[in-house]
Design a protein. Structure first.
Length: 374
């Protein structure tokens, strides 16, 4: 198969056979979101639906809400853990032990499916038996915003991405798949295994790479789910702490995958080298941003991480440019920057406008990789 083949989703395939889908909904203290999440699954047309709610020993009223939803609709089933098993074990319980339909999807209790998303994914896989994973884009929304399902064509476009292209992108850019949009073949999920406990932040990416190694990945050109943005997510302007852990895990995930499957892909070592270079360059950029904000400790952490990931970066021009700034000092640079900006015709920044512009930066934006034509 070529690197990418294209077409339009044919929903008429579902008139010949109605596939079954299990929607696994892990829930921990998200009772306030659970009913809307479940309803977004039950409203899906064209497929036989089963909703599997797993309450991971919540301390809120999730048990009451979950049982009420199960009593109200025979398609909904509910179970509760006696002790908290954490997210990875809960995910794997639902996907590997409980799911049994043709296809399955993992949907967090605070997210939503958009209308007909599952029929689109199922129709694509019905048409292409070699495709084990289908995803689309997800639209961010915030708690204080009304949710409106986007207008989409009845027969959206799709692409089939071959293994090598998907794996290369995963190494160079990170996870291309928004989890609430990912629909997989249940039998293949059980064969490939679930989330790895050793990768609590990047287990989904590594798992999608396993699916991609099995066959082409289907990508739907449209919004398939709504991603709730709480406001307490990791800040996009803060690169320390968990962000370092995520990127270390991204490297570990890819190296772990290729340790098992690398012999099948001659480009694996080049992809892994490119991944380390990109992550080190990113960390060096954040070091510069931290310096500009006079966050010297943050800058040191970013530099240490860049050096850890790519020791050769210390001989690069951007590294020495930042070293020169450190020697000159922040006070001197702060004094000369306004004069330099005036000479260049750059207006002084409006701090209030900048802060106002950052509000809702994610809400209304889409995530998920739609590959450009090659």
């Amino acid at each position: 198969m070529s690197a990418s083949s294209r077409g339009q989703v044919d929903l008429s395939l579902l008139e010949r056979r109605t596939p079954s889908i299990d929607v696994v909904i892990p829930c921990y203290n998200y009772a306030r979101y659970l009913a809307a999440c479940v309803q977004s699954a039950l409203d899906q047309p064209g497929v036989r639906m089963r909703v599997l709610i797993i309450d991971d020993c919540s301390s809120d009223n999730t048990p009451e809400v979950g049982r009420q939803l199960a009593e109200a609709d025979s398609r909904v089933e509910f179970r509760r853990h006696a002790v908290n098993m954490r997210h990875i074990a809960t995910y794997n319980e639902g996907l590997l032990e409980w799911a049994s339909s043709d296809y399955c999807v993992l949907l967090s209790a605070d997210d939503l499916l958009v209308p007909s998303s599952l029929s689109r994914a199922a129709a694509l896989m019905e048409a292409h038996p070699d495709v084990g994973l289908v995803y689309g884009s997800a639209l961010f929304f915030s708690d204080d915003q009304p949710v409106a399902a986007p207008q989409q064509p009845a027969a959206p476009g799709y692409q089939l991405i071959d293994s090598a292209r998907f794996l290369e992108y995963s190494c160079s850019h990170g996870n291309p798949v928004p989890t609430p949009t990912a629909v997989v073949r249940t039998h293949l999920q059980k064969s490939l295994g679930g989330y790895k406990p050793s990768l609590p932040h990047t287990g989904d990416m590594e798992m999608w790479m396993r699916f991609a190694s099995h066959g082409p990945v289907g990508v739907i050109d449209g919004v398939q789910a709504l991603y709730r943005w709480h406001g307490n997510n990791m800040s996009t302007g803060h690169y320390t702490g968990r962000a370092f852990k995520d990127r270390r895990e991204r490297i570990t995930a890819c190296e772990s995958f290729f340790a098992t499957h690398g012999s099948r892909f001659s480009q694996a070592n080049a992809w892994l080298r490119d991944q380390r270079r990109r992550i080190a360059d990113e960390s060096l950029w954040w070091a510069g941003e931290s310096f500009e904000k006079n966050d010297i400790e943050g800058m040191r952490e970013c530099l240490a991480f860049a050096k850890e990931v790519q020791p050769g970066l210390m001989s690069s021009a951007p590294w020495w440019k930042l070293m020169a700034k450190r020697i000159v000092g922040h006070a001197v640079l702060d004094a000369i920057h306004p004069a330099l900006n005036r000479l260049r015709g750059i207006p002084a920044p409006n701090t209030a406008q900048k802060a106002e512009g950052m509000q809702g930066v994610l809400a209304g934006t889409r995530t998920g990789w739609w590959p450009e034509a090659v």
